[in-house]
Design a protein around this ligand. Sequence first.
Ligand code: PLP
Length: 362
Amino acid sequence: MNARDRYPQLEVDLGKLKENLTALRERCQDSFVGVIGVVKGVNAWREVVSVFDGQGFSYLATSRVDQLQKMRAQGVKTPLILLRVPMLSELSDVVSLADASLQSDITVLRALNAEAERQGKTHGVLLMIDLGDLREGFWSAEELVDAAVEVEQKMKRLHLLGVGVNLGCYGSILPDRRNMQGLVSLAVDVERAIGRELEFVSGGASTSAQMTLSGMMPGRVNNLRLGEICLIGSANTGFAPDFLHRDVFTLRAEVVECRDKPSFPVGQLSVDAFGHEGHYVDRGIRRRALLAIGRVDCGDCFDLKPRMPGVEIIGASGDHTILDVEEVKDQIHVGDVLEFDVNYASLVHLTNTPGIALISKE
Ligand SMILES: *Cc1c(COP(=O)(O)O)cnc(C)c1O
């Protein structure tokens, strides 16, 4: 069966995506900030990667080696950078597939240098600094500077591209003047120690876009790594500039049942399919529609947003999502296909699930 006739289906509007990328690249450029385009949010979806590849970004990025592999097989022209600090066990793939990677550990850097030597390649590294979000990165300035000096002077197969920070991921820390100045001052420490300017001072991901676009970013921060805001037109902070499309992606799912039922479960209450206690509100008899898409496909069903006004998501199990359609009861029938907006989390799930038909329009 043709992918266009299969559901659930996720459609990407490549024209809107391109407009988002161009707008972000140009506006960041106005602030002298270059962009690394991040495609992990869509599992390096081929058609999406092609649009990113045509943008003149300094790098395309993803967090996983299998996605680097896909991009290489596709023949992308933009250099590739790996975002997740690599496992020691995957360094040979990292060197052979990526031009550069993010790093936060001297043991890994030494092994990476040895692997690059073995493969006769030069590999770029961006040293990550942890400024409070408590995911990856050097915590002590001294350790950072020592690592930078060792890379610069002793690791002949590694090229120190610069330093970067990640925020808003684990510790939900926002970028602000203070931590961005902290990044700049550490970059300056490294530059003094190695005696040259760094190419990249990378100020974070989509959560840092607002500071750059509003002119609040310290001048020395000259790079951002952007995924979410490119793909869905907003950052998880709620920042959603009006020049970006927020409907690049459309999820379509099919109704497999539609009938009146009570809104409160009947019988003895225990736990749901995932072992959680449910919370149900008795609203009497309501028209409910059952969709053939579930938590296996999209993660949390409440991450989806019905486009038809009056349609409300009330819950899901692994393979089904349940809608209250009382407000629009005459408009919905078995076999109908409903459209949804997706957020970043659901996009990641949907594009990593084999059962979703991925389709694109120009
Ligand atoms: C995922 C990731 C990004 C991109 O994050 P978005 O929120 O999608 O912009 C940037 N840097 C690192 C290290 C990441 O893991």
